[in-house]
Design a protein around this ligand. Structure first.
Ligand code: KIV
Ligand code: ZN
Length: 508
């Protein structure tokens, strides 16, 4: 399989569809980006379209490195061809790209010609272009495009015969566009395969697909596997109407299929941002690979898979590792009513706060409930919920007072629902003593684990804060994790236990 040859059309087909076409300075910036991407050919413009475009084509041709094919578009009209030659022949490898429709519909209704007349115009133009270009640059090449090739199913044999003649006149590249995406991928690639099989192998077959129905990438990629080596693509998919084939999608799709893609993929993301800004065509939120939202996961199932595979090359729910295209690894777990525990755990942990998965499970319905009302929640709202529901759990237990009597004896007053309890407990440390006192009052919990730590004051926004984490077992054997924080260790301890009680006895 031959390496794909990336022929970029951003500066011509992309540019002609802009609300404000680029001037030379803009084209230079995009041209540099194309060189950074390491494309093999650039169609720099349509020199006959305006003096401005002629100048831009000439300047870019001067800047072009020797290994780059520089192409200029020309209708099958002598003055266009001369203009293109004048603009680009200074390049080391200039290419005149001339085109004519051979589709029965267009030949009849747009050109108002017979098929034979159209054929003669194309053949004569290619001969003229070749003879003139070769006089000025012996490396010159001629590319011929069958505009509306996708509409040529019914006269494909005629098209192929014409192309054979065009090759004899000097064209070395035959470009076969789906000018308006009316022909679906499998049908189009059969046509490509037929042309490939009937045209001399030395001639490069190219495809140029517009994206009217959103299948241009598929058509281009599949055409490559049928022998179309030159792939005409545009950065950010710019181009007439719904645009041209998106460069990035084709490059990455081929890379993912194991093809050796001669492009610096790591430059894609940065290029996309520049192009969007310069074209004043924002990147659609959901644009494949480059969309601002293309790395977000909102459903709990996807969030769980994404989290579990986040450090792996292949992620559970992404086509590539973002670094392949030079994008930060900012797979985002966004929280909505569809989200789950994993995302809550990840968002809180990422913000620098302590949480366990069990606590995230408990927070999930509260977060979902909040998100149902407003949609996606910002991190600050999730953290507010975390603080309220973790460090200050509301419920039927209300601590009134506590005190050490002596040594390991502990006394405290609290309300459960409306009943007041005044209790005293003795145990292996104050937390155990507290649990013993609760048991005596009929609240049967068992202390499984207890830990104390100091919390980074910057994170918790206060000075010298102690945090207590307790694991209690309820009378059904379920383990409940609760935590509390306070400037005093003793207060943090007892608050942690009361937070746990309010979780255990919720709705009882
Ligand atoms: O879409 C098209 O057919 C074109 C040709 C000029 C190649 O842009
Ligand atoms: Zn086009």
């Amino acid at each position: 399989m031959k390496q794909p040859f990336f022929y970029d059309i951003t500066l011509r087909d992309g540019n002609q569809a802009l609300k404000k076409p680029w001037q030379l300075a803009d084209k230079k910036i995009i041209f540099e980006k194309l060189l950074d991407l390491n494309v093999q050919a650039v169609e720099v413009g349509f020199p006959a379209s305006s003096d401005m475009d002629f100048e831009a084509c000439r300047e870019l041709s001067k800047m072009a490195p020797s290994n780059l094919v520089v192409s200029g578009l020309a209708r099958c009209v002598k003055s266009d061809i001369i203009s293109a030659i004048d603009a680009i022949s200074v390049a080391k490898t200039p290419r005149v790209h001339t085109f004519l429709t051979l589709s029965p519909f267009h030949v009849k209704y747009v050109l108002d010609k017979t098929p034979e007349e159209a054929r003669k115009i194309a053949v004569d133009a290619v001969k003229f272009a070749y003879d003139e270009l070769i006089k000025t640059n012996k490396n010159g090449q001629i590319q011929f495009s069958v505009e509306h090739f996708g509409d040529c199913i019914e006269n494909l044999d005629f098209v192929i015969d014409t192309l054979k003649e065009i090759v004899q006149m000097g064209a070395c590249v035959l470009n076969l566009p789906n000018t308006v995406e009316r022909t679906h991928p499998s049908e189009f690639v059969k046509m490509i395969e037929k042309v490939r099989n009937e045209i001399d192998e030395s001639v490069i077959i190219s495809v140029h697909n517009h994206n009217d129905l959103g299948m241009a990438t598929a058509t281009t990629v599949e055409s490559y596997f049928k022998g179309a080596v030159q792939l005409e693509c545009a950065l950010n998919g710019l181009g007439e109407r719904a645009g041209n084939t998106n460069f990035y999608e084709v490059a990455v799709a081929l890379h993912n299929s194991g093809v050796d893609v001669p492009v610096d993929l790591s430059k894609i993301y940065e290029t996309a941002l520049t192009v969007a800004q310069m074209a004043k065509v924002p990147i659609w939120e959901k644009a494949p690979l480059i969309g601002p939202d293309a790395l977000a996961h909102r459903s709990g199932i996807h969030q769980d898979g994404a989290y579990k595979t986040k450090d792996m090359e292949k992620g559970a729910y992404r086509p590539i590792h973002p670094s392949l295209i030079g994008r930060n690894d900012d797979e985002k777990l966004a929280i909505t009513s569809q989200s789950g525990k994993t995302a809550i755990f990840e968002v809180i942990t990422h913000a620098g706060y302590p949480i366990t998965i069990q606590e995230a499970v408990r927070l999930a319905p509260i977060v979902k409930n909040a998100a149902e009302k407003v949609g996606e929640l910002p991190t600050s709202s999730i953290i507010d919920i975390y603080f309220n529901e973790t460090f200050n759990v509301k419920g039927d237990f209300k601590l009134v007072r506590f005190d050490y009597l002596k040594g390991d004896t502990f006394t405290f007053d609290f309300f459960y629902k409306d009943k007041e309890f005044k209790v005293e407990g003795k145990g292996n440390g104050p937390v155990d003593a507290c649990v013993q006192a609760l048991k005596k009052s009929g609240f049967d919990v068992k202390l499984l684990h207890y830990e104390q730590s100091a919390i980074d004051e910057e994170i918790m926004g206060s000075t010298s804060v102690a945090m207590t984490v307790v694991h209690l077992e309820d009378k059904n054997g379920a383990e409940i994790i609760a935590r509390a924080r306070h400037g005093s260790t003793a207060v943090a301890n007892i608050k942690a236990i009361f937070n746990a009680l309010n979780i255990i006895y919720k709705n009882k």
